[in-house]
Ligand binder design. Structure first.
Ligand code: SF4
Length: 352
């Protein structure tokens, strides 16, 4: 069986940063308890591994003892959550992805100017809850074209759409086209809101899926960008399955498959992909081809709130970063196991 590994896949800069925040705190606090509001990223393994190391995750700030340390997840929080944390005298460390913060800032600025904001995204996603909370009276969430006739618009010339960072570009374009048809004067965000990592991973699947019989996406069911990758594969005519790890691999998935593609959502750890590769090579005699579609070089530094906290504890803010090159790590993994692979460089451009 041909096994195509899609590059890029897996962790994005925002996820690396958020995981690094929790990892660094574990080192600094050395057993002192701290709390994370919501899953730090939407991956079961990442969260379970941190739980095993003593981190407590909460869905309600009221669960956090007064005076404790709270970390906000990569998806961002609303001002109401921050206010609640202030009221409980919590030390706040903000691991919100800067690309999510960018959408918050856009929402705040448009709302201050008296504009109405149509926020394209999923009602119940943590990112949308946080962004809407910045200006609840000015924002209406649009999760499908069916919502459009029910929107309450005061002045169609003071209208802008923003989007969730992890949407399917195809779904977003369908909704945005319908919004433009309904409100021809609607403004676009100053810069694309769907982030570089979502865009690149979706491009890779769109490009490679048509030559495959099956696409396996490593990621959790509540990871928006992982689910979108399976949908894009299916839209391009290729069966797709989302699995959390190799234990969910069912041999019936691979019946009749001659070319298999493996990719991973932006919150899925690369070691889970490596375990899957090993199983596929050992049990299905897969021949590995790494297909490089985009080379990413985005990196986010530690958030200011963590650096301030570190300085307060006399900890070097430049030290101890987690390794950010999963591709190199997987090459080392393949070499260590004596697994040959070829690299197909298809790089056409990069969205950074
Ligand atoms: Fe940030 Fe995009 Fe990664 Fe979300 S998927 S954490 S917005 S880089």
């Amino acid at each position: 069986m041909r096994l195509i590994l899609a590059n890029p896949r897996g962790f994005c800069a925002g996820v690396y940063m958020a995981i690094d925040v929790v990892d660094q705190l574990l080192g600094i606090l050395d057993g002192e308890p701290f709390f994370v509001y919501h899953d730090i990223v939407h991956n079961r393994h990442v969260v379970d591994r941190f739980k095993d190391r003593g981190v407590t995750f909460v869905e309600d700030i009221d669960e956090v003892p007064r005076g404790s340390i709270i970390v906000f997840s990569a998806h961002g929080v609303s001002p109401a959550v921050r206010a609640c944390a202030v009221e409980r005298d919590l030390t706040m460390i903000d691991a919100t992805c800067p690309l999510v913060t960018k959408v918050h800032v856009e929402a705040i600025q448009y709302a201050r100017r008296g504009w109405q904001i149509l926020l394209v995204g999923h009602h119940d996603h943590q990112e949308i809850i946080g962004t809407k909370g910045e200006a609840p009276d000015a924002i209406q969430v649009v999760d499908s074209v069916d919502c459009i006739p029910h929107l309450q618009i005061d002045d169609p010339d003071k209208l802008v759409y923003l989007t969730q960072t992890t949407l399917s570009m195809d779904d977003a374009n369908t909704i945005i086209s319908a919004l433009k048809q309904a409100f021809p004067g609607i403004n676009a965000p100053p810069k694309e809101d769907i982030c570089y990592a979502t865009t690149n991973r979706q491009h890779a699947v769109r490009h490679l899926a048509p030559q495959c019989d099956m696409v396996i996406v490593v990621g959790s069911k509540h990871s928006s960008n992982s689910v979108r990758l399976t949908e894009i594969a299916e839209l391009n005519g290729t069966r797709s399955q989302l699995i959390d790890d190799v234990r969910e691999l069912d041999s019936s998935m691979l019946d009749g498959v001659e070319t298999l593609m493996v990719t991973a959502g932006a919150s899925a750890p690369e070691d889970l992909v490596q375990e899957l590769i090993l199983e596929l090579v050992n049990s299905y005699d897969c021949k590995i081809e790494q297909h490089d579609i985009f080379h990413e070089s985005v990196e986010f530094g530690l958030p200011g709130s963590l650096k301030k906290f570190m300085r307060g504890r006399s900890v070097d803010t430049d030290g101890r970063r987690i390794e950010m090159d999963d591709l190199a790590a997987t090459n080392r993994f393949l070499d260590k196991h004596g697994i040959p692979y070829t690299v197909v460089d298809l790089t056409v451009s990069a969205t950074n």
